[in-house]
Design a protein around this ligand. Structure first.
Ligand code: OFO
Length: 165
């Protein structure tokens, strides 16, 4: 059985994953509007992944006899300065998500809640993967360059990742 604090924090994480999904979907809309087809496909797929992260929490709360609460969500930004700035924003957002997962892990330790500790390991691994993916994408953008050709190559690369993922 989960503590009330754990239930509240897991529900808050539902909100964070949901909002992440919406942020990436809005970014995908901006990319589509700007003609970045590869980035659009990549971000749509990533928005779906975040929804799956949210559903895992929703299911875990249900399985443990707790009530999952579907929250009101913040509206994402609509305008972005550039593709490279957008990826920097994504990396910062993922770092924020990692800090929230770490808080959950700390709480599970404090409460000797081994079930949640085990459940959260998946998120720890996932955050490690996501931070490393986005920082390598930023490195690539900086390497390829920010001019038209560089953006074209980067967009193509993102499209490839979206189809192979
Ligand atoms: Fe991209 O973060 Fe979910 O967990």
């Amino acid at each position: 059985m989960l503590s009330n604090t754990m239930i509240a924090k897991l529900n808050d994480q539902i909100r964070i994953e949901f909002e992440s999904s919406n942020i990436y979907l809005q970014m995908a809309a901006w990319c589509s509007y700007k003609g970045y087809e590869g980035a659009t496909a990549f971000l749509v797929a990533h928005a779906e992944e975040e929804r799956m992260h949210m559903m895992k929490l929703f299911n875990y709360l249900g399985e443990t006899g707790a009530l999952a609460v579907i929250p009101a969500l913040a509206k994402p930004e609509e305008e972005y300065e550039s593709l490279s700035k957008m990826f920097e924003q994504i990396l910062n957002h993922e770092r924020f998500v990692t800090s929230k997962i770490n808080e959950l892990v700390e709480l599970a330790y404090e409460e000797k809640d081994y079930s949640s500790l085990n459940f959260l390991q998946w998120y720890v691994a996932e955050q490690h993967e996501e931070e490393s993916l986005f920082s390598s994408l930023i490195d690539k953008i900086n390497l390829i360059g920010h001019d038209g050709r560089g953006l074209y190559l980067m967009d193509r690369e993102l499209g490839k990742i979206a189809t192979t993922a």
